[in-house]
Design a protein around this ligand. Structure first.
Ligand code: 59J
Length: 575
């Protein structure tokens, strides 16, 4: 009897326990489900990526050219947004998107856990999104690149994509240096996505490193302004200008037209992002004549005063005819440079072993990459002398049958410093590299003196002159080759040179493609850009003037010109 009573009481205690548990389960699972679920969601642990701050790009003086500013991106967990449909239109309004579009997006991805709604919004908008307090809507801290110089330095700097990865220019070339490494941490968030507690760092973000470039912001701007003005004035298709420090090979300025605004790439025209100074080639034409003459002097066959008969301004080479714009008669080497005689250059080239010309051309970098590591850089072309026929020996001497980039042409002119060429560099050079002696100092002095006569009243490049400084350079007016041969009406106008001529510090190439105005000679279109930029650069760098302030060049310019060009106007060559 007592035994049965014990069994009954134990069983009833157990049954009561089971009942209480069942009740509690019902209470939790059914009656209080919503409240408890919220409470759980309200404090969940998440791994959060901490984006790394991308390094800043500056000019040689620390002026910012690319900086990363903090922004927020709005992302959602569509699964968590089921049930809050009523608040979606408010979110759409704040984000400036049609409510129907947002609703379609969220419903289509309702099985997903992650969806970006808008990347890179400013702090005001981010605050308004957070204030809505919609569950499943989150803000993520990111960085956006800003380029204070806009289109002025666009081609050198390049840009990053929305995920902050370098796509073009130095942003691409130095991506791993600038990028850093993202970190991550465990955080406890409330149901609005606000971090309520940092639980633990998994890995700290390692910020990217800063990068100083060799360019000088002010010289870059000056070059940009003058090149753009020339392109507009002459209705040109495109143009490039490169300014180099002769002693170090540093690029001080590199500009192209057309350009684009890297902060707003939506309106970009195709081709606008090409850094044409390194990606596009052209036949350098007469701007190579100084190198032809240098090779001839080095070969010991000529002196600057040696005479060449260029009459009657035509010269038959095989089946081809080399022509000058006028008949210059019998002239010395200096005059061949000053007047730019194709016949003279051809006769000189044909009188020396072909490999001498090839050696000089390849030693100054033609046909080879400049090894700056700039993305998309091309090497141009220089055929090997073993494949030259007579006609190539002639046309190469005045710049046809090879192709170069504007950077290669500017770099080639740095030979007129001390007869050596340093590699080109987009970053400051602490210690200039050892370089081979390509030309003797004597040859350099002689050719520089010849090129000074180009920038005189009787030369083709008088508009390249700079008051107070001696300038040495060479014009080029190059017909553009098409499938049907060289066409009149399509030109590349070039000026390349160095200053100050007594001890050259700066080399510059200006290349204007397809000017479509009245003027198209290199001496009219490219030389004035050289003059204005060189003028500003020499003064800004504090280079001691070596020329006369008496403006002798202007007085000289009143002499009627043999080549029929208009006399120089009062403001020519003066900023
Ligand atoms: C020229 C050429 C084309 C290629 C000729 C320019 C040749 C040639 C075949 C006629 C304009 C023009 C290989 S001109 O650059 O001689 O810069 O201020 O394009 O000769 O044989 O209506 N430069 N330019 N030649 N081709 N082939 C002169 C010269 C140069 C000037 C002017 C006058 C040409 C003073 C160019 C300048 O030095």
């Amino acid at each position: 009897m007592a035994k049965r009573w014990r069994v009954v009481s134990v069983l009833s205690v157990l049954a009561m326990g089971a009942g209480a548990l069942t009740w509690r389960a019902l209470d939790l699972q059914v009656m209080n489900r919503e409240f408890l679920q919220d409470q759980g969601d309200a404090r969940h642990l998440r791994a959060l990526t901490i984006p790394a701050h991308r390094g800043m790009i500056t000019d040689r003086n620390g002026e910012p050219l690319a900086i990363s500013t903090p922004v927020d991106s709005v992302w959602v967990n569509p699964r968590e947004m089921v049930g809050s449909e009523a608040s979606w239109p408010a979110l759409a309004r704040v984000l400036g998107m049609p409510p129907a579009e947002l609703s379609t997006k969220l419903k289509q991805r309702s099985d997903r856990g992650f969806l970006y709604l808008r990347r890179h919004i400013g702090p005001d908008l981010a605050e308004r999104v957070a204030a809505l307090g919609i569950p499943g809507v989150f803000l993520q801290r990111e960085y956006r690149r800003y380029y204070p110089e806009g289109e002025v330095a666009a081609h050198i700097i390049g840009f990053t994509d929305i995920d902050d990865v370098g796509q073009e220019g130095m942003e691409l070339a130095y991506d791993s240096w600038l990028r850093g490494a993202a970190g991550s941490k465990w955080v406890l968030r409330d149901r609005f996505g606000h971090v309520v507690e940092d639980v633990a760092a998994i890995k700290d973000a390692a910020p990217g490193k800063d990068l100083a470039l060799s360019i000088d912001r002010r010289l870059q701007y000056l070059t940009y302004r003058e090149l753009k003005a020339a392109v507009q004035q002459h209705h040109a298709e495109s143009a490039s200008a490169v300014l180099l420090d002769i002693r170090t090979g540093e690029v001080l300025a590199m500009v192209n037209q057309p350009s684009y605004n890297p902060n707003n790439r939506g309106s970009m025209r195709p081709g606008a992002f090409r850094n044409r100074a390194v990606t596009d080639v052209f036949e350098p034409g007469s701007t190579v004549k100084p190198f032809t003459i240098a090779a001839a002097l080095e070969a010991g066959l000529y002196r600057p005063s040696s005479l060449i008969d260029t009459a009657p301004g035509r010269y038959r080479v095989g089946r081809a005819m080399v022509r000058d714009v006028s008949n210059y008669g019998t002239v010395d080497l200096t005059t061949i440079i000053q007047k730019s005689s194709n016949v003279g250059a051809s006769k000189i080239a044909l009188s020396m072993p072909p490999q001498r010309l090839w050696q000089t051309f390849s030693a100054i970098g033609f046909g080879a990459n400049t090894a700056t590591g700039f993305p998309g850089e091309v090497s141009g072309s220089l055929p090997h002398f073993s494949r030259w026929r007579e006609v190539e020996r002639a046309t190469l001497s005045f710049g046809y049958g090879l192709s170069v980039t504007p950077l290669q042409l500017a770099l080639a002119y740095t030979i007129f410093g001390d007869g050596r060429i340093k590699p080109a560099s987009f970053v400051p050079v602490a210690e200039p590299a050892e370089a081979v002696q390509v030309l003797t100092p004597k040859t350099v002095r002689e050719v520089v003196a010849m090129m000074e006569t180009v920038v005189s009243a009787r030369g083709t490049g008088v508009l390249a002159s700079v008051p107070g400084y001696r300038v040495a350079g060479k014009t080029g007016t190059v017909q553009i080759a098409s499938s049907s041969g060289y066409s009149a009406g399509e030109y590349v106008s070039v000026f390349a040179g160095v200053a100050p001529a007594s001890d050259p510090r700066l080399a510059m190439a200006v290349v204007v493609t397809r000017p479509h105005g009245e003027e198209y000679y290199g001496g009219q279109v490219a030389a004035p850009v050289f003059s204005r930029v060189m003028n500003g650069a020499l003064r800004q760098l504090g280079v001691v003037p070596d020329g006369s302030y008496a403006r002798q060049w202007y007085a000289d310019a009143q002499v009627p010109r043999a080549d029929g060009l208009a006399p120089v106007s009062e403001d020519a060559g003066v900023m």
